[in-house]
Design a protein around this ligand. Sequence first.
Ligand code: SF4
Length: 246
Amino acid sequence: MSFQADQPIQGYIHSIETGGTVDGPGIRYVGFLQGCPLRCLYCHNPDSWKLRAGKIMNADDFFADVLRYKRFIRTGGLTLSGGEPLVQPEFVTRVFQLCRQEGIHTALDTSGIIPAQKVVSALEETDLVLLDIKSLDDGICRKLTGASNANTLGFLEWLEKNKKPVWIRHVVVPGYTDQIEDLEALGDFLQGYSVIQRVELLPFHQMALYKWENLRFPYLLKDLEPPDPALMEAGERLLRDRGIPV
Ligand code: SF4
């Protein structure tokens, strides 16, 4: 894919956070983009699902705003998240191209639901991928997200083949992904990938409940408690035991 300098590329922006510390290394400018084909039961941004919503911005104008924070984010960089940012691959590509020219580190927070082969231009401009693996069990993944995990696992294969650094993120959801055997299987599986720099186990939480209620979307996990901290510690331990940084 190529771009003409005089061809503006627009994106639908859900929100912006200028001092993010949880979406990649260092202090980061985080742009949450609209649009996601998944319907995760625990989604933290259900108001990002619709593509044509939020604020419309030109990619170059978005980048100009990132540049205003260049000094502030020098230990980190820019993360594009969502929603699913690869629903808007041209926007991601253009913004990341501009970041690369300015020496700003880029991270892409994705579920891997869009096949990597369809968004190669965006991935080529990305320094670090934050890949959400919802469940290695396809049945559980379908229950949690409404879709198979096949694309996500294929996405990881592409990253491995193309030597693209990746952090894996995995939400531990009681009743779905909170068995120690599941975490062991995940650790065994991830051990086989040389591009994985870190794995983040994230506990399910109820912080998005108010968003689901405001949108009047049926929220099935209303009564679910966060996982036991001891389980989270055991999960991290078993990853470390397998030589995987957490
Ligand atoms: S992939 Fe992310 S944005 Fe999309 S439904 Fe799941 S949690 Fe929400």
